[in-house]
Design a protein around this ligand. Structure first.
Ligand code: ZN
Length: 382
């Protein structure tokens, strides 16, 4: 017995009902019987102008990367390993354009809902004549488009649909380690697969070593400035909070995202600091995330206290970052790199402050600094 949607063949995960077996493994996406053929959705494809415009000129590195993607995309799945803020989404646009021009379907899947909306916005800004449809919680009435940007969860709608499937931040929660989502993704793609990340996990590195997937790299940011190397400062907890107060008061003209390891700490520090500066907080429990980010963007507030929920996919011009209590176990090397990677993404603000405050220096912190320094080296001969 095998489920054609999620590839499950574990018989303990099949249940008999009304004389037929169905798969419990992927039941949250609707009931599917064993051996039931999954019918791909009936989607349209249009003859349209697939040219795109970017707000900046691509760098030589980006151009070269695009050419390399173009020449090798048909070989096997390809991993684009690019630094935070290197412009990896842009390097996929040439392929997106080519596929749509041929009347093919393009999917762009990413873990977080917020980032779905941001990417959809960026793509529709670039592709003026192309219909870009975001599909995620709250956006499910329209599920067809020339480019479908969706959360990993929504891939269940697109069985055998995409000729080009781009999967962004594949090392992020909830995709990483989630076998069901991975099978849905596999089954949604009937053509080529592009995988994007700034922090590949061991599994991906292993696949590259075994030559199961191709890898291309882009470590130079599009504005040419190096990645910001964080300063690690070791001090007792109490002093860390004093340092925070000092930062917010001294740099009243600057924007900050202050990361704390737990929701309780975010709320505590926010309540203590709200009399000192214009600030707000974001955790997985916040319902006004988008509003808070907008307030930070437009300068209505100066500081956002947040959990790792903001570590990825967020671009705020001129933002600085401080990570408090960084020895906490939630902070893996990849989270630290992602959080620090929020700094200096925009051409107008290519640099900024990145502090890691901890009571002791951990292996993860050292690796984070090492990896960022390594990315900043000249890789042109590699
Ligand atoms: Zn299933």
């Amino acid at each position: 017995m095998k489920c054609k949607r999620c590839n499950n063949s574990d018989k303990d995960k099949f249940y008999k009902w009304n004389g037929s077996w169905y798969c419990r493994n992927c039941i949250r996406f609707g009931k599917v019987e064993v051996n039931q053929e999954i019918i791909p959705p009936d989607l349209t494809s249009n003859q349209i102008d697939t040219s795109y415009v970017l707000d900046y000129e691509l760098t030589n590195e980006q151009q070269e990367l695009m050419e390399e993607i173009d020449s090798r995309i048909h070989e096997k799945p390809m991993l684009i390993y690019a630094a935070c803020g290197a412009g990896k989404t842009e390097t996929t646009m040439e392929q997106i354009s080519n596929y749509i021009r041929e009347g093919k379907k393009v999917g762009y899947a990413i873990s977080r809902r917020q980032v779905v909306l941001e990417i959809a916005e960026r793509l529709s800004h670039a592709f003026k004549e192309v219909k870009v449809t975001p599909v995620c919680a709250g956006y499910t009435t329209e599920v067809d488009g020339d480019i479908i940007v969706c959360t990993m969860h929504q891939l269940h709608r697109y069985h055998q649909t995409f000729d080009l499937l781009i999967m962004d931040e594949i090392d992020a929660f909830p995709y990483e380690g989630n076998v069901i989502l991975q099978s849905l993704a596999q089954n949604a793609c009937r053509g080529e697969l592009l995988l994007l990340t700034a922090t590949p996990n061991e599994q991906l590195k292993e696949q590259v070593r075994k030559n199961e997937i191709n890898q291309v790299t882009l470590f130079k940011r599009h504005h040419g400035h190096p990645l910001v190397v964080p300063k690690i400062l070791c001090m007792p907890k109490v002093v860390q909070y004093l340092f925070l107060m000092y930062l917010c008061l001294k740099h009243k003209d600057k924007k900050w995202i202050i990361f704390l390891p737990t929701i309780a700490q975010v709320q505590q520090v926010f309540h203590a600091m709200k009399y000192l500066c214009k600030c707000s907080n974001i955790t997985s429990k916040s319902e006004d995330k988008e509003q808070v980010m907008e307030d930070l963007r437009c300068g209505k507030i100066q500081v956002v206290f947040a959990t790792t929920i903001l570590e990825r996919g967020i671009t705020i011009a001129g933002v600085n970052v401080c990570i408090v209590g960084a020895e906490h176990q939630v902070y893996k090397e990849s989270s630290l790199i992602q959080m620090v990677g929020r700094v200096g993404r925009k051409r107008e603000y290519p640099s900024g402050y990145a502090y890691i405050l901890a009571s002791k220096k951990t292996k993860e912190m050292k690796q984070c600094v090492q990896t960022i320094k390594w990315m900043n080296q000249d890789h042109s001969n590699v």
